[in-house]
Design a protein around this ligand. Structure first.
Ligand code: MG
Length: 346
């Protein structure tokens, strides 16, 4: 019995005509045998979830560096919150929830240790620069499975590559920067819906800001509590997209403006806050030192698990290695490389 075939038929019968049907996927770069139990997008989701890069997300900074408190977000819990938001939206709009989930789980695989400070350092040092989006694609295309990659479908790769907004528009109409599938566009918005709300929540938990500091014109639209904010943003997106006849992913002008204003406010009052920046400066110094140290000592790079894949210079491979580190691994490697170790024999 071919379960995949019947799952593909259910998609054709139940999803919106604007959805991306797994039976019509543009396929993988390297043809491989189809699973008899799962659609291609379910298969991609599972490949991502079982990858080593996915497991390392548990110990990578979201906003607060290696937090001691158990309730702060990490890159892994951020990813899971994006997936929840994106799946709720996808199901409501009768889009392909499996594709949405696969893109969500893979979107941040390329993030460095210590959050955006790691990205800035590698962008400065690595040959050709560095951006976490390109790195996420590099992880799934090449770095996982010892240089063989995960061989994902075109639609999942496209969604991963186009999830990032930087500080630009939430959804831009040009096809260069906007995902080709509505599912990819859902993840792009689910990402910002999740992070503006949970970063605010964590900043209040960490006493960087108080609830009362949030500008009233923003909180009046998005709400004051985390659950209320997520609920209002998701409802707005779903109702606006339904009003667009399910053919377009949209937010109301009011909600779009409030989310952008909240993102700018977070940059000023949280991401660039002096108390947060102090530790980031130390992390930046640590990553600079590690990069140069490993580029000068290939044997140490290899000893600690670094790998060079076909045609890559040592500098590119060191950048890949550092980008893949958890905060904990980077701190431990720095201690090993730069601090004197006690003699272990008694
Ligand atoms: Mg993200």
């Amino acid at each position: 019995m071919d379960i995949r075939k019947s799952l593909e038929d259910i998609e054709l019968q139940t999803l919106s005509p604007a959805a991306c049907f797994s039976s019509r996927s543009q396929g993988r770069k390297f043809p491989s045998e189809s699973c008899t139990m799962r659609t291609v997008f379910q298969h991609d989701r599972d490949r991502i979830l079982h990858s080593k890069a996915f497991r390392r997300l548990k110990d990578k900074t979201q906003v607060f560096l290696s937090p001691e408190g158990d309730h702060y977000r990490t890159r892994l819990t951020h990813t899971l919150e994006v997936s929840q938001v994106a799946r709720t939206i996808s199901r409501a709009l009768r889009l392909n929830e499996d594709l949405t989930e696969a893109i969500s789980l893979g979107h941040d695989l390329g993030h460095t240790p210590f959050g955006h400070v790691g990205e800035r350092v590698l962008n400065e040092l690595a040959p050709g620069g560095f951006h976490h989006v390109r790195q996420s694609l590099r992880v799934v295309d090449i770095l996982e499975k010892n240089g063989r990659g995960l061989n994902l479908t075109y639609e999942v790769r496209d969604g991963i590559l186009k999830h990032s907004k930087g500080q630009g528009g939430l959804l831009t109409p040009d096809s260069q920067s906007c995902a080709q599938t509505l599912e990819g566009q859902v993840v792009r918005l689910a990402d910002i819906i999740a992070y503006v709300s949970h970063d605010l929540d964590d900043a209040i938990r960490g006493h960087v800001i108080n609830v009362a500091d949030i500008p009233k014109d923003i909180s009046d639209v998005v709400g004051l509590r985390h659950s209320c904010r997520i609920d209002r943003m998701v409802r707005d997106l779903i109702s606006e997209s339904i009003a667009a006849d399910y053919g377009q992913i949209r937010l109301s002008a009011e909600m779009d403006g409030a989310i952008r204003a909240l993102r700018s406010w977070l940059f000023e009052h949280v991401y660039r806050a002096e108390s947060v920046q102090l530790e980031f400066d130390k992390a930046s110094h640590l990553l600079h030192e590690l990069y140069h140290y490993l580029c000068d000592r290939e044997e140490i790079f290899l000893k600690y698990g670094g790998r060079r894949f076909a045609g890559d210079s040592l500098e590119v491979s060191v950048a890949d290695f550092i980008a893949g580190m958890t905060d904990r691994f980077a701190l431990s490697l720095y201690r090993d490389c730069f601090l004197p170790q006690p003699w272990k024999s008694i």
